[in-house]
Each structure stands twice: as C-alpha cells, then as structure tokens.
Write a protein that binds this ligand. Structure first.
Ligand code: AR6
Length: 173
C-alpha cells in the first residue's frame, strides 16, 4: 500500500528490513549498547558486517527514545539510523518514547539530507509493545512530522508478517 502526503510517499510493505536495496537509510530496532541482537538488530548487523558494531561502540550507550546514525557498511543502504525503543510497561511514558524514536530518526535523516528511509516496527518484538498500539503511535507521529520534512521524500514501513502489514495498513487508511 502506498499513499502520498505533502509530496512524501508513505509505503507499507512486508519483508526483511536488511534487504531494502532501494532505500538510502534503514532504521535499526537497537539495544542500548548498539550491539547485534535478535530480530531486526540481528538481521541488520549480519548484513552490515562487524564494522557496524565497531562504529556503534563510539556512540553507545543510548537511551530509550534516542537515535544515532552510522554508515551501512555491507548493507545495500548508505546509512543505518539506530533507535532504542521503550520496553513495554517498563520504560515510561512508552508512547512518548516510541514516538520520539521515529521523530529523532526523521530528524537525523533531514540533517543528513537522506531522501528515503525504511522503518521496522520498533519495540514490537522482544520489547513487547503490542503491534496495534504501536502502529497507532507510529503512524500518527510520522504523519505529524511529514509537513516539516524537506529532504525525506519516501518513507517505507517494513513489517515482518502479513498480519502486521495489514494492521499498519488499517491505521494508514
Ligand atoms: N525485518 C523486519 N522486521 C523484523 C525483522 C526483519 N528482519 N525481524 C524481526 N522483525 P525486535 P524490539 C520485526 O525484537 O522489540 C533486539 O535483539 C518483529 O517481528 O527486532 O525493538 C535488540 O538487540 C517485530 O515486529 O525489536 C534489542 O535488545 C519488530 O520487527 C531488542 O531486540 C521489532 O522486533 C529490541 O526489541
């Protein structure tokens, strides 16, 4: 599914965040230490190679809601923006912290003149944020930011399952 708001294309797809060949930046659902992990972080670090952890070392630790940027190394993407999402029912206020991840990632994209960026559903895996609740916060936040974007022209949400993709599509609709 694809929609355009203020000349920014917003796309919802199903797939692997580490296989987004045509995007300038991908977002990592990181841990505070910017090390490899399971889920998104595992896929991104495997594809980027060990240089990514090395680059992260200088920037870690990060706090929930914060984002930092590194090169993409062996990924097909020039940049990786690493966001630490909130752990559901632990890092409070979780909705504000989740929104902050997406806002901060877009801010870094703008600063670096990035025109296309792909996001996973941060916090909805190991960190336990229910997908429906997260989708509402994420779509709302990104649509709110769109009018102030200058560099970013294409935002893609990459969901891992068919069901998750449908939930995101319902909210975007
Ligand atoms: N591509 C796209 N989405 C994926 C992929 C993939 N390759 N793999 C999983 N997902 P998670 P979190 C979905 O756990 O909840 C890490 O190990 C998954 O189904 O990756 O923010 C870090 O080291 C879920 O919907 O991130 C942290 O310690 C969503 O991506 C911690 O886990 C996010 O799942 C971060 O947990």
């Amino acid at each position: 599914m694809e929609k355009t708001f203020s000349a920014v294309k917003v796309e919802i797809t199903q797939g692997d965040i580490a296989a987004q060949q045509d995007m300038e930046a991908v977002v990592n659902a990181a841990n505070a230490q910017l090390r490899t992990g399971g889920g998104v972080a595992g896929a991104i670090h495997r594809a980027a190679g060990p240089e990514l952890e090395k680059a992260g070392r200088a920037l870690a630790p990060i706090k929930p809601g914060q984002a930092v940027i590194t090169a993409g190394f062996h990924l097909p993407n020039r940049w990786v923006i690493h966001c630490l999402g909130p752990v559901y029912r632990q890092d409070q206020p979780e909705d504000k912290l989740l929104a902050s991840c997406y806002r901060e990632a877009l801010r870094l994209a703008e600063e670096n003149k990035i025109s296309s960026i792909a996001f996973p559903a941060i916090s909805t895996g190991i960190f336990g944020y229910p997908l429906q609740e997260a989708a509402q916060v994420i779509i709302h936040t990104v649509l709110q930011e769109i009018p102030s974007l200058k560099a970013v022209k294409h935002i893609r949400f990459v969901l891992y399952s068919e069901r998750d993709r449908q939930v995101f599509e319902e909210f975007l609709r």
